[in-house]
Design a protein around this ligand. Sequence first.
Ligand code: FAD
Length: 352
Amino acid sequence: MKGNVTIIGAGIAGLATARALTMRGWKVDVRESALALPAAGTALGMWPEALKALDAIGAGDAVRRSGSRMEASADTGLRTPAGRTLVSMSGGSNLLMIARPRLLEILADGVDVTFGAEVANPGDFSGSDVVVGADGTFSRTRLALFGESSSPRSLGVVAWRGTVAGAVVSHGETWAPGAMFGLTPAGPDATNWYACLKAGGRFEPPHLQHLRDLFGSWRTGPAEVLRHVKEADILHHELFELPRMPSYVSGRVVLVGDAAHSMGPFLGRGACEALVDGVTLGRCLGEATSVTEGLAAYDHARRAKTQRLIAMSRLMGRTAMMPHGFRERNALLGAVGSVMRTAESLRHGLRR
Ligand SMILES: Cc1cc2nc3c(=O)[nH]c(=O)nc-3n(C[C@H](O)[C@H](O)[C@H](O)COP(=O)(O)OP(=O)(O)OC[C@H]3O[C@@H](n4cnc5c(N)ncnc54)[C@H](O)[C@@H]3O)c2cc1C
């Protein structure tokens, strides 16, 4: 079927949905509260499923051209602050890293967005066949439909992140009790860094000295990267996730992206799932004979899967920063890593 749709929010989810529905012949109206797309931001990892979704909306090639593969060197992987490798990723990675502003720019190409248009009430769009809430973790659309019980809850973790010029060779994460530090490429000549700490709430700036005190002695690269970080470029957030939603649909209103399933960043999947949401919603509505049928198909395709990812991401964060039992965890990871390496070399041997 075809119809007209109002999309609230021009983030990754809203823009992917706009492209998917436009391709299916829908008339699309996108409202974004910000005055423009963001000019700054850090890198996001795109998993193969997200690249498939980008291909489906005609953006895959541009993303591949603008992104860079997370190439693995011998010491890429999970490590301890003392530099011991827990799991090596020397076999390579399927992850394509792309800067968030560039991804948004590619997605917005050809989409007509009304900027500076904050939507207070999703019920205002009585002329639309479908209203899409793509308004992020603190979605007013979700609040209007499902009330206070759908509010995000704090994970008790804060994050800092940023990008510095210059490529760093040892990508991967360092796990310590209550804290972690990660490095990924952010293009051919830039490095994306992020740090997480278990904490009761956000810290006041300045952040840089605090970060150096926390991570400067780790032997896995933080000190080298933090030397190049500028205080003004540091992004700092408290991390949240959503409770299990009873539905992503209410009447003709539907939630996509973080508005539906905001999760901790520990699997690097939120933006990828936002892309898959947009493509799935486009397909479900395009193939349905009514809005009710199309939205029910979307809810069925996406809710259970994304809710599992929220739980898995929480578990990953807890495992990475576990305060007790980390010696046993490290031993287990070491054993798993060595089994994986053996299997890999056997596969290699068989191929020759
Ligand atoms: C530290 C960190 C690292 C991450 N790393 C990764 C990663 O490597 N890979 C990955 O896949 N994901 C990652 N994510 C997750 C990813 O950033 C999010 O899942 C993704 O940005 C969600 O996109 P969205 O469009 O749903 O929401 P948002 O990006 O929040 O977009 C919502 C949009 O709606 C607009 N809006 C809000 N309210 C209104 C309103 N009332 N009216 C109109 N407009 C409104 C906002 O201005 C915004 O533009 C990370 C997240 C964090 C915090």
